[in-house]
Write a protein that binds this ligand. Structure first.
Ligand SMILES: [Zn+2]
Length: 244
């Protein structure tokens, strides 16, 4: 992987706008990866995808992340910051390939979910149904007492074991952050999704940069490519002159 220039980030952002929500950040990764298409990146495990997105985010905006959350007890709005180092699982993301185990007379072979799998359940509001669909997509083979069965016939107890094994195999795909409310003292854990977080940042950044291009192009007659090739510091300096 390599960092992206302002022009490359804008190109990837623009491609992301025309992708379904679950794929919108993938053009960023494809652009930053050597010889990787969006389809290839979509096949990465969620942990592998998110680990690369964390790296790209560090290169783009630094390692400090800041956002806001509402206390689930008293509703107070709180600001939080976290370093990307705290968002990296200690275990490496799952490698491509099948994972097998045996439990309760069942012999299961599965793979961990990727972006395409999440996309398949993106519009499914019923969490239990979404879990089942994911399971059926990701189970490669299942046997009970030596006989082949379909994933749809696996009992809930085995489905739960598979879900747990999936999370264990790809921990970077399931990152949570600890939050504490300064007003009421309530503490809780919240899911952190680097894909939506980074996309929101890129979306806001792109719109700001395009506004800056507009101002500088109007003031100096420079081309977009020339303005984007300026360092952020120089761009801000000229914007300061323009706005007086
Ligand atoms: Zn609170």
């Amino acid at each position: 992987m390599h960092p992206l220039s302002a022009a490359q980030l804008l190109d990837a952002w623009e491609r992301g706008l025309s992708e379904p929500v679950y794929r919108r950040a993938l053009p960023l990764l494809a652009a930053a990866s050597v010889e990787s298409s969006i389809d290839v990146v979509a096949g990465l495990s969620i942990g592998a995808r998110d680990q690369s997105l964390l790296t790209l985010r560090e290169w783009t905006f630094g390692s400090q992340l800041a956002s806001v959350a509402n206390c689930s007890a008293c509703g107070e709005r709180l600001e939080w910051t976290v370093d990307t180092a705290h968002l990296r699982a200690s275990q490496a993301p799952a490698l491509p390939g099948d994972i097998s185990f045996e439990a309760d007379g069942y012999s299961i072979s599965f793979r961990v979910p990727n972006s395409l799998d999440l996309g398949a359940v993106a519009d499914t509001e019923d969490a239990a149904l979404a879990s089942r669909v994911l399971l059926e997509r990701c189970v490669i083979a299942a046997q009970h007492d030596g006989r082949e069965i379909t994933a749809g016939h696996l009992p809930d107890s085995v489905a739960e074991i598979i879900a747990q094994r999936m999370a264990e195999a790809d921990p970077q795909g399931d990152i949570q952050i600890d939050l504490a409310c300064p007003t009421c003292g309530h503490r809780w854990r919240a899911l952190f999704d680097i894909e939506s977080f980074f996309w929101s940042e890129i979306n806001a950044w792109a719109q700001r940069v395009l506004s800056e291009v507009h101002l500088l192009a109007c003031a100096y007659g420079w081309r977009e490519s020339d303005i984007l090739s300026l360092t952020p510091w120089r761009r801000q300096f000229y914007l300061g002159l323009v706005s007086g």
